[in-house]
Every structure is written in C-alpha cells, then in structure tokens.
Write a protein that binds this ligand. Structure first.
Ligand code: PMP
Length: 308
C-alpha cells in the first residue's frame, strides 16, 4: 500500500499529525453521515510558484462545515482555530510550499454517531488559472444529465455530505460513458441546477445569470464571492434566477465555479456550442480577477485570505 494519499504523507487527525496511512477509522462507522469541506490555499504573488500560502475564505468554509454538521446532527469537537492550527501542522509536516487542496473530513463514530473523528488531509494541486493558462482554454463538452439533482425536500444539497456525491458520481459516470467530459444537473422541477462538483453561471446579453439556492445547489463559497465582485468590480450585472435548459443553450458563455473547478469555461452543452467565442470574454475577466484575489494581489479582498 502506498504511504501517501495524493502524494501527501501526513495529515492531521483528532488532534495530532499522523502518517496518512495511519489515519484509520472503524469499518463499523455510519459512513452515510460523513461530511466534509473542500478548501484551497494558493501561493501569494504568483499562484504557480513556491512561497507563502494563504487559504481563501477559511471562515466561509468553516461556517458551512458547522452548518453541515448541524443538518446531520453531528457535534464538532474542535474550534475553528484548532482546525486552523491542525491544518498548519499538516502543511508543515508535508513541507508543502505551493498550491494545496485541503479537505477536512468528519466521520461519525459507530458507538455514538453524534461524536466524530476529524481528519484534515492536504495535497498539492495544479491550478487552471489565470485565463492565459493553457489548461483553462481546453475544450470541455458537457451534457445535461438524465439524473436529476438531489432535492432539498429529500436529501439537502446544502449540507456538504459525502452521501450527496453518489448523485454526482452517477452523472459523471453517465457523462463519461456517453463520451462527454462532465455533466450539468437539472433540479427536480426541471430547471438548471449545478455541475457535479461546482456551481454554474451563464452570460446572456451582457448579464450574468446563475440558479438560486432553491434550485438544489450547494451554497457555494465561490458562487457567493463571484456574485459579490462581478457586478461591483467588473461592471457586469448579475441575476440570480431560474434558468431553463433551452436558455442555457442560448447563453453566450457558460462556466463552472467552485473551489475545485475554480472558474472553468464550458465549450458545449448537449453538443450545442456555447456562444461564438471560447473561452468567452466575461469568463476570462472573471477568471483573471478571481485568480488575482487568490494570489493576494487585490488589496480590497485581502481579508478573505488567511496565511498558513
Ligand atoms: N456544488 C457542488 C456539488 C460542489 O461539490 C461544490 C464544491 N464544493 C460546489 C458546488 C462549489 O462550492 P464551493 O464554491 O464552496 O467550493
């Protein structure tokens, strides 16, 4: 067995740094109740290089982690500051000095499901940003999934629980089987919802459009931040409203946003090319501004960054 997980030898678990292969829980644990977060820390200055790392939107991710725990009835045994110290210790132990992904995992215990293990794995990732990065402009063919997004009245997508990702997995498998790169969900009413691991935004007639929280989406930290800066800093008005499938086909630009997917343009939906220019000009502007914030270049949003 490999001693590393995504190339990361150490993680933090239940109060101490441990070797990743020793971060074990019992097979008897009620895994359907597990929750997690997906967070990124970027090198400051030039986001590809080695250097000082800052976490983006730590507080917002912690807010959501605690909300997920409340929805599933789990007790968080550590404070946010203790988790931040745990994260720092894990990063130090691995010696990471460039972009890292952080995925706090909360596992309920078999003997008392309100009690949990807390594990913080960290590993390196390569960013698609900024828009000049060749990865950013890769062709991405998406399909509308035949699977509907889980809905708030049955399985709340607002909690970031592992179980929700079985739904994403089905859509991903279908997309790959059909020769697409990934999928977009409709919600249980038939309106556009989100991607399998990111929120969705469109640009139509110079306005940004994105589905509301009531369209069975995860309350995305990135989406909220984009909705904050796009109108203010880029002068593009933003509407949060229901979007139909046909309207998505008619968009000038479509892109995904999320911690993992960052800002990622989509080339076509159901083999219908999106707009006339790929990647679209608004998508590139959003990606570049967002990457400057992540790299600590935009002073105004420096408060969103936590040095680790
Ligand atoms: N929707 C889903 C299903 C996701 O998994 C994610 C990634 N966490 C997002 C949206 C985007 O959320 P965030 O911007 O908070 O990463």
């Amino acid at each position: 067995m490999s001693a590393a997980f995504h190339g990361s030898k150490y993680c933090w678990m239940d109060g101490e740094v441990v070797e990743t292969e020793r971060a074990l829980v019992s097979a008897m644990e009620p895994i359907y109740l597990g929750i997690f977060e997906g967070i990124k820390a970027y090198t400051q200055g030039n986001i590809g290089d080695e250097g000082k790392l800052s976490v983006f939107s730590w507080d917002h991710h912690m807010d959501r982690l605690w909300r997920s725990a409340a929805i599933d009835g789990l007790k968080m045994p550590y404070s946010r500051d203790e988790l931040l110290d745990g994260l720092k210790a894990a990063v130090r132990a691995n010696g990471f000095k460039s972009n890292i992904y952080i995925q706090p995992r909360i596992w309920p215990k078999a003997d008392d499901p309100e009690e949990v293990h807390v594990v913080i794995p960290v590993w390196k990732f390569s960013t698609f940003l900024p828009a000049s990065n060749p990865e950013f402009s890769k062709q991405r063919r998406f399909m509308i999934s035949s699977w509907r997004r889980i809905s708030s009245d049955a399985m709340p997508p607002q909690a970031k629980s592992w179980a929700n990702y079985a739904n994403s997995h089905l859509a991903e498998r279908e997309a790959k089987r059909c020769g697409y790169d990934s999928a977009i969900f409709l919600d249980n009413r038939g309106f556009v919802s989100e991607g399998t691991g990111a929120c969705l935004m469109g640009v139509r007639d110079g306005r940004l459009i994105t589905p509301p929280v009531t369209a069975s989406i995860l309350e995305s930290v990135t989406r909220n931040f984009l909705l904050e800066f796009i109108p203010k800093e880029l002068g593009i008005p933003a509407d949060v409203r229901d979007i139909t499938r046909a309207e998505l086909y008619a968009c000038d630009e479509v892109f995904l946003c999320g911690t993992g997917w960052e800002v990622t343009p989509i080339t076509s939906v159901d083999d219908i090319a999106v707009g006339k220019e790929y990647p679209g000009p608004a998508t590139k502007k959003v990606a570049d501004y967002y990457s400057e914030v992540l790299a600590g270049i935009v002073e105004k949003y420096g408060g969103r960054l936590t040095t680790i």
